[in-house]
Design a protein around this ligand. Structure first.
Ligand code: ACO
Ligand code: ZN
Length: 461
């Protein structure tokens, strides 16, 4: 992708003959590592490291997970936009629009537009290109053997639901930058995507995390000492589902506070638009694992409010990066709707969705609804099958708005002779069948051993 110079307002752009005049907030074309592209980027931070000036850049039209440190040669100083003198910058950075507990809107940094009539495939192609970039840019960071043992204290617990120190500082330069270089989780070394406030874990080449209790240590030695004492081989809580090596554990954020907080911290490394839940009491956590002879390894999770006034059935959802793009995200989503079916309710994920969250949900909704439409039987001979939107909601537990937006996105609703009809052509049926064949792992409701609790009836979670 080339930067279109016309995109820059000519009157604001300046030829900058030296990198020395660059300041934080400047926007200019930057060579994206591992690609031939020079997208427009904003300088978030400038630092001298061992005598070399380094620039932390955010590519304006890309997701923040691609932000990186670059050196001078990556900068094209021929057209620079300087921040405005009045203190505001022409950076396009937006302050959070809506803040409520556990969530904050982020600036629009994704190439994938918000829910709209966008064609699903177009989005998938864009995101796939993005993923390719991410994969091609993975590199190794050396490990260290730091002797110091450190049991970090739990993060401070903010009082009321509406508060949270993370929210207030969200757009600070600090929280806009990735602060953790690398994590080691079980046998995986993973490069984080976003900032996460791991207490006392600054400037380390790697944070070592116990894959079962999620405690974090600053050296492998410390972790090894921990592993001698830690006898967990699975997440805490109740195993409520098991089939073909995949299990789900239900964890109460009040009963297993430390685990829940550590899970939120870990998740924050890969979730940009959500703030941390320091107060985990109102949430349940559903951790999905895969089993082998060493234990139940965390693959992903979703959190869910014990009581949601807005019919949310998922607060945050994450597949750990080594397991992504293998169908586990959809399995987590399927499981969340299975819980809603057991509850006899419809549900929807908490908004805003991330770019990847939106892709995954749209794909899940489309497949689930098409499956019903395609397998429907006609009422009588020569009759067309009939179904109402409400019936689709009841069968799937997908909330009405999501059913309607999915049908619209798929362009299936037509108005014909005074009524709405859904017309499925052969292409859509064929491509649906193919997609379903590739969904190898599925949730089997018979293997879910769970009864919903009525949290409203309890005095306090
Ligand atoms: N590029 C293109 N398409 C993608 C990508 C990607 N990087 N990642 C997933 N998809 C598509 C897949 O192609 C698939 O669609 P398809 O079956 O129609 O081809 C669909 O999304 C789901 O793929 P899965 O393999 O089932 O999902 P995955 O295990 O990768 O998990 C998830 C998806 C959970 C969103 C993951 O990307 C993730 O953890 N991201 C970081 C955290 C995040 O953004 N979570 C959602 C926030 S919104 C909320 O919390 C309510
Ligand atoms: Zn442990």
């Amino acid at each position: 992708m080339k930067v279109e110079m016309e995109d820059l307002h000519e009157e604001d752009a300046t030829v900058c003959d030296s990198v020395n005049s660059l300041v934080e907030g400047c926007r200019l074309p930057v060579h994206m590592k591992g690609t031939d592209d020079w997208p427009l980027a904003e300088l978030i931070s400038i630092k001298e490291i061992l005598g070399t000036k380094c620039y932390y850049v955010h590519y304006v039209d890309f997701n923040k997970r691609l932000d990186e440190w670059v050196t001078e040669e990556y900068l094209d100083t021929r057209k620079v936009h300087f921040p405005r003198r009045d203190g505001t910058s022409n950076t396009g950075v937006s302050t959070p629009k809506k803040i409520h507990f556990g969530e904050v809107n982020s600036r629009p940094s994704s190439p994938i537009p918000a829910p709209s009539q966008e064609i699903l495939n177009g989005n998938a192609v864009l995101a796939a290109a993005l993923q390719k970039k991410i994969n091609s840019r993975k590199r190794k960071v050396p490990t260290t053997e730091n002797e110091d043992s450190l049991e970090a204290p739990a993060p401070p617990v903010p009082g009321p639901r509406q508060s949270g120190s993370m929210v207030a500082h969200h757009d600070d330069v600090v929280t806009r930058m990735k602060n953790v270089n690398m994590i080691e989780l079980g046998r995986h070394r993973i490069k984080p995507w976003y900032f996460a406030p791991y207490p006392q874990m600054v400037n380390l080449p790697c944070i070592y995390i116990c894959e079962f209790c999620l405690k974090y240590k600053k050296s492998r030695k410390c972790l090894e000492r921990h592993l001698v004492k830690c006898n967990l081989k699975h997440p805490p809580g109740n195993e409520i589902y098991r089939k073909e090596g995949v299990s789900f554990f239900e964890i109460d954020g009040r009963k297993n506070k430390q685990y829940a907080q550590n899970l939120c911290l870990l998740a924050k490394l890969f979730l940009d638009h959500k703030t941390l839940y320091y107060d985990t009491d109102p949430f349940l956590f559903y951790v999905m694992t895969v089993f082998d002879n060493r234990g139940f390894h965390i693959v992903g999770y979703f959190s869910k409010e014990k009581e949601s006034t807005e019919d949310y059935n998922v607060a945050c959802i994450l597949t750990m990066p080594p397991y992504q793009r293998k169908g586990y995200g959809k399995l987590l989503i399927e499981f969340s709707y299975e819980l809603s079916k057991f509850e006899g309710k419809t549900g929807s994920p908490e908004k805003p969705l991330s770019d990847l969250g939106l892709l995954s949900y749209r794909s899940y909704w489309a497949q689930t609804i098409l499956e019903i439409l395609i397998t429907m039987n006609p009422v009588g001979e020569n009759e067309k099958p009939q179904i109402t939107i409400n019936e689709i909601c009841e069968l799937t537990s997908i909330k009405k708005e999501d059913v309607i937006s999915t049908l619209q996105n798929l362009n299936l609703i037509n108005y014909y002779k005074g009524q709405y009809i859904i017309a499925l052509n052969k292409d859509i049926i064929d491509s649906h069948r193919k997609a379903m064949e590739s969904r190898k792992i599925r949730i089997d409701p018979k293997c879910l051993h769970w009864t919903p609790k009525d949290w409203g009836k309890r005095a306090k979670w």
